[in-house]
Ligand binder design. Structure first.
Ligand code: PMP
Length: 369
């Protein structure tokens, strides 16, 4: 039976809208949603299973609402990964960084307020804005997808947002922001009347190239900064839905007000903690994905394609007169990538070496390289 939406009091601004999401197709090479291509190793699976079994014995009770143990483990992980010392009160977590961002906008956005970002960027951002009744403004990135500090300052002065979302490395372009650009936004945000929270979305942070710093290093001096991360990418745990954020304790306290009670299930907490115990091995895998990414960028450039610099686990490349035909040709050969970004560009996630061979062979055929 199909639902008759006409009879339901749907919010007028939601009428006719489709749910967000890339196609989930059953093809051999899934390179369209920037997942980690490596399934958890057998020892990680065994540890996760044991942790879930233990949690299962207590599922008659609600979980630890403040998930202190998980927050402690996440702080420990960030200390090793970025060299930044954080207290447990500075860490927050939720069901994916999508939910983290929703918490941020529930607390700091809302009717009559504006969230600002710089396009092209992650296509969920306007949806968080819509769902929290926050106004959405997209400033512009440069032709090479960098953010000009003067453009950023002017946009903040003009729109006086209460939240700025900066994806770095950015999706779908892969571009990381240099500290100068982030600092320019932080300075301009400090001057916004009524205050402004700056979120640096580092969903792909672990894939950044050597010498590119994390915005976590700026936290100590900027109480209006929040850095969000996820276990979906580097940890290869997209199915578990765990995102997290680091910020000043007062900012985290504001997020605690808007979260649903017990939003992070005992099973989720157990899975995340078990995976974090394997961080060193998982990070070694991130190293090989980074190498695979750099090799892919070189290969595409050698064939005369334009490729955005990437600090992520995906690459934006082009330019094609008919990008849809290229996307379809790859799909016909069992390789699913993403038709996203400015006109003419396509995005491919970094997969296993076998995935990359299949992608390259298919692209050579389809695009006549
Ligand atoms: N931020 C960016 C920039 C992303 O690309 C994604 C996932 N595609 C997310 C956040 C959300 O990831 P998750 O909810 O799985 O943590």
């Amino acid at each position: 039976m199909t639902a008759d939406l006409g009879a339901l009091p749907l919010r007028p601004d939601l009428a006719g809208l489709e749910p967000y999401g890339a196609p989930q197709l059953d093809v051999p090479h899934l390179l369209n949603v920037n997942e980690n291509p490596y399934a958890p190793a057998p020892d990680v699976v065994a540890d996760i299973a044991a942790a879930v079994a233990e949690a299962a014995g207590g599922l008659n009770r609600y979980p630890d609402r403040d998930f202190e143990a998980l927050r402690t483990d996440l702080a420990g992980y960030l200390r090793v990964e970025s060299g930044v010392e954080l207290a447990v009160e500075q860490i927050w977590a939720a069901n994916g960084s999508n939910e983290i961002m929703l918490h941020v906008l529930q607390a700091f956005g809302g009717p009559g307020r504006t969230v600002l970002s710089f396009a092209p960027t992650y296509s969920m951002y306007p949806e968080y804005a819509r769902d929290t009744f926050t106004g959405w403004v997209a400033g512009r990135r440069e032709a090479d997808f960098a953010l000009d500090p003067d453009v950023a300052r002017a946009a903040l002065a003009e729109h006086a947002p209460s939240v700025v979302l900066l994806a770095s490395p950015n999706n779908p372009t892969g571009t990381a922001l240099p500290p100068a650009a982030v600092l320019a936004v932080l300075d301009a945000a400090a001057a916004v009347p009524g205050g402004c929270v700056v979120v640096v979305d580092e969903a792909y942070g672990e894939f950044r190239r050597a010498g590119v710093p994390s915005a976590l290093e700026l936290l100590a001096d900027h109480p209006h900064l929040a850095v969000s991360r996820t276990m979906s990418k580097a940890f290869g745990l997209a199915g578990a839905r765990v995102g997290y954020l680091a910020a000043a304790p007062a900012l985290v306290d504001a997020l605690r007000v808007v979260r649903l009670p017990y939003h992070l299930s005992a099973v989720t907490q157990a899975v995340a903690r078990a995976a974090l115990r394997h961080a060193p091995a998982l990070m070694a895998q991130v190293g090989s994905l980074r190498d695979e990414r750099d090799a892919l960028v070189d290969w595409l450039r050698e064939r005369g394609l334009t490729v955005a610099d990437s600090d992520a686990n995906f690459v934006l490349f082009g330019l094609f007169d008919d990008r849809h035909a290229v996307w379809q040709g790859l799909l016909d050969r069992g390789v699913l990538i993403r038709e996203v970004g400015p006109e003419g560009w396509l995005r491919v996630s970094v997969g296993t070496p076998q995935d990359m061979v299949a992608f390259k062979d298919a692209l050579v055929e389809v695009a006549g390289l």
